[in-house]
Design a protein around this ligand. Structure first.
Ligand SMILES: [Fe+2]
Ligand SMILES: [Fe+2]
Length: 334
């Protein structure tokens, strides 16, 4: 067993030339050519606490076929700061077998237990009134073992928000809680059943858009089709399955409910520029888009602030949001 002796979070406190010796998971690796024409490897190492870039200058040919994405490697090297960024200069790197490592040291997880989150999802489903909406939600989240199993593991994204194991379920339960509050707040003008179902289904295509056994990446279908259209396809298939099972529905699935659910999935990115083929044209769709946006930003910015190592009350520049964030005491203490 190759024990994890250093975590990436701790490496950020090292000084230049301090030694590094620990196993990591490779998130990305590529061969590049330096100014002198000499090839080198550009590697991103990760563990459950974060990720860090590395450079390997020697024996590139020997390593390039093996040190690929998803490989576990024992690394020895030194810390270096290059253009303001911390990296590992690798002196030695050895491939490890899966039985030589403890997988949970390498994959970051949701702070909330998957079974707890799943139980909350079932609680919400039990409060749905419309029999068609309820049967649809049950057929997916109670009866479909494959979907349930994937939902308990899937991250919500490769990098942007909730990018860790069970992140998608955490995100869905979080926004369903907010949607429930808003349904109470706005009363009659919002259909609570449709809102909840929109919350459950809006990102369901991500279960198939991403692969997440070790390192999260897009699947071929994910790259070619994307989670909005894949979500609509899945919804369509589940409704057809329900209709073919005698006694599951009190009648034919209402065409309007089906259309509105599809619209909610397709419009949840809000704008054509962000990959939605239609902008929200239904109050429920607008609310789901806004709550989805809020919840993903809350998670992305909170994670950024928590991982930021800059001394003082301000973070380093966040390139995605093009601003520095203030770090108040209460957030750091938590
Ligand atoms: Fe999405
Ligand atoms: Fe989402």
């Amino acid at each position: 067993m190759s024990q994890k002796t250093q975590f990436i979070k701790d490496l950020k406190e090292l000084k230049d030339k301090d030694p590094i010796s620990s196993p990591f998971l490779i998130k990305f690796s590529a061969v590049a050519v330096g100014k002198t024409g000499k090839p080198y490897m550009n590697i991103v190492f990760m563990d459950r606490t974060g990720e860090l870039e590395g450079r390997l200058w020697d024996d590139v040919n020997q390593h390039m076929g093996q040190a690929v994405r998803g490989a576990y490697v024992a690394v020895e090297g030194r810390c270096q700061t290059y253009q303001g960024r911390r990296q590992i200069v690798v002196a030695k790197m050895q491939i490890l077998r899966e039985d030589q490592i403890e997988p949970k040291d390498y994959i970051s997880e949701s702070p909330v237990n998957p079974d707890e989150l799943y139980a909350k999802l079932l609680d919400f489903i039990s409060t749905i009134k419309d029999p068609f909406c309820k049967a649809l939600a049950e057929s997916v989240f109670q009866d479909d073992r494959e979907i349930i199993d994937r939902y308990k593991r899937a991250p919500a994204a490769k990098t942007v928000h909730h990018a860790y194991r069970t992140g998608l379920l955490e995100h869905v339960v979080s926004i369903t809680g907010i949607l429930d509050l808003l349904a109470g707040h706005y009363g009659k003008c919002l259909n609570r059943d449709l809102l909840l179902l929109g919350g459950f289904f809006h990102d369901i295509g991500k279960l198939l858009e991403l692969s997440y056994d070790r390192v999260t990446d897009y699947t071929t279908e994910g790259k070619l089709i994307g989670h909005l259209v894949m979500g609509v396809e899945l919804l369509d298939r589940k409704i057809r399955e329900l209709e073919s099972q005698p006694g599951r529905l009190p009648g034919a699935f209402p065409e309007e409910t089906k259309l509105l659910l599809k619209h909610i999935i397709l419009s949840h990115h809000g704008q054509l520029d962000f990959g939605s083929p239609k902008r929200p044209k239904l109050l429920e769709a607008l609310v789901i888009h806004m709550v989805d946006d809020l919840d993903s930003k809350m998670n992305a910015i909170r994670t950024f602030i928590e991982q930021d190592q800059t001394p003082g009350n301000w973070t380093a520049l966040n390139r995605q949001y093009e601003r520095f964030f203030y770090k108040p005491e209460w957030l750091l203490q938590e």
